[in-house]
Design a protein around this ligand. Structure first.
Ligand code: PEP
Ligand code: MN
Length: 296
């Protein structure tokens, strides 16, 4: 019996001919496209650490966290000005005010900024303030939004849908690429699979990283914060992600001295933990370079 709409890995050349290694030989069997965001390079071997608050809440909170990210050695600042929340009664983000705060944080720290855009009508506005546009898990299959961010002229961080297969994820990336924008970084952020919700928020699917690397030339990073939902799991998950070949990390950080974050407080790590993760990532990369040179 044949079923409509079922994808297997054999369908990738048809679903995403632009991004699939098999159909687009430009990057060979194992080269990665380097995606540059204001001088920060994803996919060039050195892992990129993006960190910041879940949501931009206040000027004081965002600046404090941005400074902590800078001090820890992070490469980019994250923070939601528009938040996808389960309940419409929850804090939805500060919108354009939040975007302004992110800009100020960029000016002070020099860290490029990535922030989520959820609405086709706001792509142009968010692109004015952000260095990279984030498409969130819940919008991974919002095809008009994908096309619009593809036309916005900014690099895109495309999170994996929480129940998306690899084919669906790469198909979503193809919508962006079809608009002529190849500056896409994929982000695994945990999937809804058994036993998600029992002792962690989602199931961090590290197995997908080598599969992504084998099938497309786009860089891929991991978000250990949403994947686990538990602060003490973020550091080991970050290390594991790098061992699996992730090109970087997207991490939520809070400054609890300023106040408990209004969203995702239980998964937020502090600046000292972030500094350890960054150090691990840098040292590990150095070790690999030395080992490679020894072989060559
Ligand atoms: C986020 O990174 O701010 C976020 C909402 O994550 P996700 O879309 O993966 O749930
Ligand atoms: Mn969050």
């Amino acid at each position: 019996m044949k079923i409509s709409g079922q994808l297997t890995m054999d369908d990738l050349p048809r679903v995403c001919p632009i991004l699939c290694r098999q159909t687009n030989p430009r990057y060979g069997e194992n080269q990665t496209r380097v995606v540059e965001v204001r001088g920060v390079r994803f996919g060039n071997g050195s892992p990129v650490v993006i960190a910041g608050p879940c949501a931009v809440e206040t000027h004081e909170q965002t600046l404090a966290v941005a400074r902590a990210v800078k001090r820890a050695g992070g490469d980019m600042l994250r923070g939601g000005a528009y938040k996808p929340r389960t309940s419409p009664h929850d804090f939805q983000g500060r919108g354009v005010e939040g975007l302004c705060i992110l800009r100020i944080a960029h000016e002070e720290t020099g860290l490029p900024v990535v922030t989520e855009v959820m609405d086709t009508r706001l792509v142009e506005q968010v692109a004015e303030y952000a260095d990279m546009l984030q498409v969130g898990s819940r919008n991974m299959q919002n095809y008009p939004l994908l096309a619009e961010v593809g036309r916005a002229g900014k690099p895109v961080l495309l999170k994996r849908g929480m129940a998306a297969s690899l084919g669906e994820w790469l198909g979503a990336a193809e919508y962006i690429a079809k608009q002529g924008n190849f500056d896409i970084v994929l982000c695994e952020r945990g999937i809804k699979a058994f036993p998600a919700g029992e002792y962690s928020r989602y199931v961090l699917d590290l197995n997908v990283i080598p599969a992504v690397l084998a099938n497309t030339f786009l860089p891929v990073i991991v978000d250990p914060s949403h994947a686990t939902g538990v602060a003490c799991m973020v550091e080991p998950a970050s290390r594991a992600a790098l061992e699996f070949g992730s090109h970087g990390l997207l991490i939520e950080v809070a400054d609890f001295a300023i106040g408990r974050p209004r969203c995702d407080a239980d998964q937020a790590i502090d600046g000292a933990t972030l500094a350890r993760i960054v150090k691990f990532a840098r040292d590990r990369h150095e070790r690999l370079l030395v080992a490679q040179q020894a072989v060559a």
